[in-house]
Design a protein around this ligand. Structure first.
Ligand code: SAM
Length: 261
């Protein structure tokens, strides 16, 4: 079958065997584990994953590709193909008997952030996740305080997961080649949250507000939410900018705001 890549589904198919091999080697996958692949496309990762002896569920939105995959892998009894939108998919329904899922995907870039947060809503049934994303997004996910890439995505993702950039992937590894560099990120949901948060919505709100104008000091950026004295009482310098604050600092701000009338 010849398939014309569909831009609206973020279709950039991997065709570089060295990169596919590097991804597979970094997974430390073991036979019998339960894996889920998001957006299998033409099966560039699906085939090699199955060769490792895994049980694999794949979720693909493009119906033409589902038909192609059903034909290509029709002999595989360890593979379940789901014709579905990963953004609406109930991942917890795949995890039987308290097992933990291992997730992988060369993700469509246009939905990668909402998809990761949708998965993190089910973090208790996930062992780890390996994703191909735009390098810019991976850098932001993994950035530490003080780094110019550190922002809302860093704080929120690091609340849920340990994050690690594994390696970069150049545009020519894909067909068609995207305009930007990609990278592989490993996300491992924390067994226990690294900080205590009373209300995640409030954390989201304070982080959004603090980074809404990165160059402003906290005293100005958070003026509508909290006054300067209260920031000082939390042992946080109100003259700092949001990019200097740790996850723990954001937790303190959010928990205080939660208590305010
Ligand atoms: N895994 C293949 C590879 O590495 O060559 C394809 C990767 S391609 C970047 C993204 C894949 O995700 C495409 O097959 C696309 O059709 C699929 N996709 C796009 N949106 C999706 C969604 N909401 N749910 C599930 N799959 C989706």
């Amino acid at each position: 079958m010849t398939h014309t890549p569909r831009k609206r589904f973020g279709q950039n198919f991997l065709h570089d065997y060295n990169i596919i091999y590097s991804i597979l080697s970094s997974l430390q996958a073991k036979p019998g584990e339960h894996w889920v692949e998001i957006g299998p496309g033409l099966g560039a990762l699906t085939g090699p994953l199955l060769k490792l002896g895994l049980c694999l569920d794949v979720i693909e939105l493009d119906r033409d590709l589902v038909t192609f995959l059903e034909d290509k892998f029709r002999q595989q009894d360890r593979l379940q193909i789901h014709s579905a939108d990963a953004l609406k998919f109930d991942f917890s329904a795949l995890a039987e008997n308290n097992e933990k899922l291992r997730i992988i995907g060369n993700l469509p870039y246009n939905i990668s952030t909402p998809l990761m947060f949708h998965l993190l809503d089910n973090a208790s049934c996930i062992e780890d996740m390996h994703f191909m994303l735009q390098k810019e997004v991976v850098d932001r996910i993994c950035a530490a305080p003080g780094n110019k890439k550190y922002g809302k995505l860093s704080v929120m993702m690091q609340y849920y997961c340990a994050t690690e950039l594994l390696f970069d992937v150049p545009p020519e590894s894909f067909d068609p080649a995207p305009k930007v560099m990609s990278a592989i990120v490993r996300l491992v949901p924390h067994k226990q949250p690294p900080v205590k948060i009373k209300d995640l919505e409030m954390l989201n709100r304070v982080v959004t507000q603090a980074f809404s104008q990165r160059r402003k000091t906290l005293r100005n950026a958070l003026k509508k939410l909290i006054d300067e004295e209260a920031i000082i009482a939390l042992d946080i310098d109100p003259a700092l900018r949001a990019e200097a604050l740790s996850l723990n600092d954001f937790a303190k701000l959010s928990n205080l705001l939660q208590e305010l009338p």
